[in-house]
Design a protein around this ligand. Sequence first.
Ligand code: ATP
Length: 225
Amino acid sequence: MTTVLAARELRKSFGRTQALRGADLSVGDGEILAVMGPSGSGKSTLLHCLGGVLRPDSGEVTFGEIRIDRLADRERSRLRRTSFGFVFQFGQLVPELPVVENIALPLLLEGRNRRSALAEAADWASRLGLDGLWDRLPVELSGGQAQLAAIGRALAARPRVVFADEPTGALDSVAADQVMELLADTVRGEDACMVIVTHEPRVAAYADRTAIVRDGRVVQPVRAR
Ligand SMILES: Nc1ncnc2c1ncn2[C@@H]1O[C@H](COP(=O)(O)OP(=O)(O)OP(=O)(O)O)[C@@H](O)[C@H]1O
């Protein structure tokens, strides 16, 4: 399997807290990788370093031929916008914009014209089962519907890698299963790969492999499902 994204010997501290102490991880083409481990072990920090949100203090993050850790802030933002998609636990939709415009945002940022961006966003909304909800504001959605809209937004620009941090953390188990099923199916349908941080074994069950993080390191060689 071709490696899409690889982290080697990542270290990252916040003040005196060593969040990452030599973490290694790689993600293959088309793969869904779950990252699990105790609270405070460094999972989100690892995800943020992989996704170019944070720059590690040392170590390498390679995306294809690109050393993400060496990119200037502006280039990292551009890479995030063009090649990566992010889904978080909550709070990521723009509250003033209806669903369809939230989903269209990355396309508009790419410079697409408004009409085609909105048409494509409407397709994404249908694909994610949000027909009839296009004009709703985020506050008028259930938690699960809001997560599906956030997934549409993360995927609209057709990223190579999707990063999800506790994407179902705020949902009940029925909504969580529905969101995970659509998220995993859509990522697979797009031939993207995904890194998903979760505490929940039932979420990790949607992944192809699981990595365990403890004390800032990936302690368990990634194991097959
Ligand atoms: N911005 C920050 N400033 C200061 N300390 C931070 C910051 N981000 C993370 N940390 C610390 O780094 C360590 C790792 O945090 P991180 O959020 O990566 O863990 P996690 O495994 O994702 O935890 P959780 O499962 O609770 O979300 C923790 O001790 C945390 O308090």
